[in-house]
Design a protein around this ligand. Sequence first.
Ligand SMILES: Cc1ncc(C[n+]2csc(CCOP(=O)(O)OP(=O)(O)O)c2C)c(N)n1
Length: 334
Amino acid sequence: MTTIETTTIEKKPDQATLVGLYRTAARILTFDETYRSQMMSGKFAGMYYSPRGQEFAAASVAAHLRPSDYVVTTYRGLHDQIAKGVPLRDLWAEYLGRAAGSCRGKGGPMHVTSPRHGLMVTTGVVGSGLPIANGLALAAQMRGTDQVAVVNFGDGASNIGAFHESLNLASLWKLPVVFVCQNNKWAEYTPLSGGTTVANIADRAAAYSMAGVTTDGNDPVGLYAVAGQAIERARRGEGPTLLEAVTYRFCGHYFGDQSEYIPSDELAAANEADPIPRYRQRLVNEFGVPAADLDDIDREAKEEVADAAEWAFDQPLPDPSELTTDVYAEESAR
Ligand SMILES: Cc1ncc(C[n+]2csc(CCOP(=O)(O)OP(=O)(O)O)c2C)c(N)n1
């Protein structure tokens, strides 16, 4: 396995970047908590897969991406969508199935797409995002741009055939793609050890002579460094990376799942090590960020999310006459 050493990074992120990672996480956290509490109160119903606990796995990778770069994510994708820059109003409306949503209300939480922001697809089919990302990366390579495609998926997805086929092809064709496995230790109700004997998902990169690295997905600074190397390698045309960000799923598989199958001490330990308050402390103690600045960011996140939610609830549902609009390609567009 080719391992990317974080110790080779000389340039530490500047304070604005470090604070930016916190801001992204605060927006994700607030959106997620507000959405779940409103669903819990019966204000609306739907399927929702919370990314709580995985905020930095999205924030630290996407911080390197340009608007023109591509991101592919899964049903558990709110954090990736926010981190890529999809506006909160577009997202909130889509999550409520409103006509003003990023997919005009036809996608819902599991199928958010916003090509304007480089959020190319959110898919509910486990493992299906990887070949799509290869296609996006191939298109960029053929056009001769330096765009990069990042695809996020879970540890469970790394046991799917499409994962292996995609890594093989990406390596063979040196595609500008970064495969980000957000290893949250659980795949639905199956623990990591119930799905594979491999110690680190990134070890699988060796089978495709690809760079692979396992890193702490709850350490925003370390992950930022490693992700930067992987994304720059892809941008320079030097091929793909399998980047494993080890994190934890706080909220059960889907909204309503009570996680009874997870040992309570495991869950308690993960919550105790919640990466967001930990990073907040670190910003203050290690990087000299005034706590008042972080209070401001928390307050702004709450205001932004409240504004987006309020606005979205006022938006109409899609008109039934729009049922097949944007669903099938127009004859002339083929
Ligand atoms: C091809 C396919 N098989 C099975 C499922 C059912 N399913 C939905 S989510 C999930 C678990 C996936 O776990 P992981 O890839 O680790 O992602 P996480 O949910 O932890 O983010 C499964 C098996 C599916 N959606 N698609």
